[in-house]
Write a protein that binds this ligand. Structure first.
Ligand code: SAM
Length: 319
């Protein structure tokens, strides 16, 4: 393992919306799991894998329906890895030729299932390492009778690098990636220059990369990473700057600096963001997209709003 993983910030995947379950004790890292290797492509992976055990409704759904809706990926070094020889054949899987949207870190499947329902002519691949979230997505696929969604339990950079044919994807979505607040953990953030290059390779020319985050420091990080990529153009370059910028508004309100912008739960320490980035008072750069209308407000995003945090949308076109 490259470093001992620290408890990541709470993710929606850890606040299940499905049937009530018994509380799960934190599980030790399974030997052979990606968290026990900790790296991919020389970088620490962006997740710490916990809670792979399924219970109740989720277990039943996974046992009964994962054969149909989960892509059976041959593994490589870890149980979240994808064998580099494996290539996904979307046309064979969906039985048609349609634009393919890939949502990375799909959590409980709220966004992907909503989008699939709204866009029956598109196909969707939900990429997630959190098994209960995948089981929840399968429950939604079944209950809404969706035929245009598949899930894959895998580390996203590997899905982009080798599983998806180059130039085969119409859009890649990353909504509310784990923020990894502490400076020493920033290297764990999913969106990095190497990740942007993988997204670029998977996308068709003209394809879109959409990101949303509720943390200003991650938003600036994404904007910086993407500004350094020659493969993309920001569709909203220079927009929403100055007083209109959500970054200016966060800096001026100090909303994230109180207790990391997170509501303090009884008996729990507040999340510390350490800092929200260099507070320049006014964001003269902008580049923020309007809210993506195809993104529904998930329970996770609701929590951000309740805590008073602002949402940053970003949208890039593959050249
Ligand atoms: C903060 S949650 C957001 C979930 C969802 N997008 C939402 O808005 O509710 C981030 C999710 O990304 C997943 N994730 C993190 N790194 C990943 C990776 N390398 N590959 C696949 N999923 C990953 C986590 O398991 C977690 O469920």
């Amino acid at each position: 393992m490259s470093e001992s993983p620290e408890t990541p910030e709470p993710s929606p995947a850890q606040s299940p919306e499905a049937a009530p379950e018994q509380p799960q004790a934190a599980r030790p890292v399974t030997p052979g799991s990606q968290a026990s290797f900790g790296t991919y492509g020389g970088r620490p992976v962006s997740f710490v894998r916990r809670g792979t055990r399924l219970q109740g409704r989720r277990q039943q759904a996974w046992e009964e329906h994962s054969d149909r809706w989960a892509v059976d990926v041959p593994r490589h070094i870890a149980n979240t890895s994808v064998h580099p020889d494996y290539v996904f054949d979307a046309e064979a899987e969906f039985g048609r030729s349609a634009p393919l949207i890939v949502e990375i870190g799909s959590g409980l499947g709220d966004a992907v299932c909503h989008a699939a329902e709204e866009n029956p002519d598109w196909d969707f691949l939900a990429v997630e390492v959190y098994t209960p979230g995948l089981a929840n997505t399968v429950i939604k696929i079944n209950s809404r009778k969706l035929s245009n969604v598949r899930v894959v339990e895998a580390n996203a950079p590997e899905v982009l690098a080798t599983m998806l044919p180059a130039g085969s994807v119409s859009e890649v979505w990353v909504f509310f990636p784990d923020p990894w607040h502490k400076s020493r953990h920033h290297k764990r953030r999913l969106i990095q220059p190497e990740f942007a290059a993988l997204v670029a390779a998977a996308l068709k020319p003209g394809g879109l990369f959409r990101v949303a985050t509720d943390w200003s420091n991650y938003a600036v990080h994404v904007r910086d990473v993407m500004a350094g990529s020659a493969d993309f153009v920001n569709l909203h370059d220079g927009e929403r700057r100055g007083p209109e910028s959500p970054l200016t508004q966060v800096w001026q309100s100090g909303v994230e600096s109180l207790v990391g912008g997170a509501p303090v739960k009884e008996g729990r320490a507040p999340v510390s963001t350490e800092h929200t980035g260099p507070n320049e008072g006014v964001d003269e750069t902008g580049g923020w997209a309007p809210r993506f209308e195809g993104r529904i407000r998930t329970s996770f995003e609701n929590k951000a709003h309740e805590a008073g945090r602002l949402i940053f949308d970003l949208c890039y076109r593959r050249l």
